[in-house]
Design a protein around this ligand. Structure first.
Ligand code: PBG
Length: 335
């Protein structure tokens, strides 16, 4: 008869030392990336109401925030720019002497060792809030498409210009987040041709058209002014499509793949981790962060325990690194 050892479950759980000894997943500040928002034209940081403890920084305060993050031992930031003036093609994202290149330069001067990842997208820079140029405003205009369709190849050209400009200013990595087809290859080519072959690309490869980005739209002021992002972001019901996006982006030259959001897509992270050979990042997005804070404010759960549990779940699913608004609290030992 088979022998089922009694107490097997509990023998190794009896003390914290035993539990530490057999723990399979650990969280480390080494694998965290802190997002930062910089807004042109403000003179002091503005709190983001739906994201407690997070701010829209001014071009000065963002440098101080980056310095603190670096001093805490967090290896990287993800930088989002919010220009004072938006237009149809998002010019401020690729203007060489614009606020975003100035900001990148100042941060890198103050924190040379901090990895500055530039979120590369147009929704914060265009007046319509879509992640690229519209068909009607594009040099690649097609009469077969709706004038308001986000033009794929016209956007690629702008992504190339903006990426080269951000790297010239000092960005250490480019993270295209617009889900435009061919964006990795286009940016890789543009960087290689500009002698920036050493600069890696983190692709938001598997990004869903999610309701969990709600609070971010307040933070980055990039909500679409009409329609939604379902033409370019993925359908929340699909997994196979995500694996295909991932393979495609690896073939195009991505160095790191991202899944976004994290907590509602742990199955996708897990599948991808078993399928691909390059590092996987997961973005614990604004809605995930806001949700935990809101429940905590109501007294319904313990924020730090729930935050740690959610971060562990993302790691356990197979993510190598996590973009998270909890990065600073974790590094400060507040979680
Ligand atoms: C821009 C972008 C978004 C987020 C990161 N980059 C918003 C969106 O796609 O609508 C969301 C991040 C978050 O919710 O924390 N493309």
């Amino acid at each position: 008869m088979a022998y089922f050892p009694k107490h097997r479950g509990r023998r190794l759980r009896q003390t914290e030392s035993f539990r530490r000894l057999v723990r399979e997943t650990s969280l480390s500040v080494d694998n965290l990336i802190a997002p930062l928002f910089v807004k042109e034209g403000i003179d002091r940081p503005r709190p983001i109401i739906s994201m407690p403890g997070q701010f829209q920084d001014s071009t000065q305060s963002v440098v101080e925030a980056a310095k603190k993050i670096s001093d805490m031992g967090i290896p990287a930031i993800m930088l989002f720019g919010i220009p004072a003036k938006k237009d149809r093609t998002g010019t401020e994202n690729f203007r060489g002497d614009g606020f975003i290149s100035e900001t990148i330069m100042m941060i890198k001067k103050a924190c040379p060792d901090l990895i500055l990842i530039s979120d590369m997208c147009f929704c914060e820079y265009t007046e319509h809030g879509h992640c690229g140029v519209l068909n009607k405003d594009s040099a690649y205009q097609s009469s077969h498409l709706d004038p308001h369709y986000v033009c794929n190849d016209g956007t690629l050209e702008l992504l190339q210009k903006a990426s080269v400009m951000h790297v010239q200013a000092g960005a250490d990595m480019i993270a295209p987040s617009g889900m435009i087809d061919g964006m990795i290859q286009a940016i890789r080519n543009a960087l290689d041709e500009s002698a920036f072959g050493h600069v890696p690309i983190m692709s938001y490869a598997v990004k869903y058209a999610s309701a969990f980005y709600g609070p971010f739209r307040e933070a980055a002021e990039g909500a679409p002014q009409f329609g939604d992002r379902k033409q370019y972001q993925m359908d929340i019901c699909n997994v196979k499509e995500g694996l295909l996006e991932a393979k495609q982006d690896i073939a195009e030259g991505a160095d790191i793949l991202m899944v976004k959001p994290a907590m509602a897509y742990l199955d996708v992270i897990s599948k991808l981790a078993q399928t691909v050979d390059i590092p996987i990042a997961a973005y614990q997005v604004s809605g995930e962060f806001a949700m935990l804070h809101a429940a905590h404010e109501k007294g319904w759960l313990d924020l730090s325990k729930a935050a740690v549990e959610s971060l562990v779940s993302i790691k356990r699913a197979g993510a190598n690194m996590i973009v998270t608004y909890f990065a600073r609290d974790f590094a400060a030992g507040k979680l």
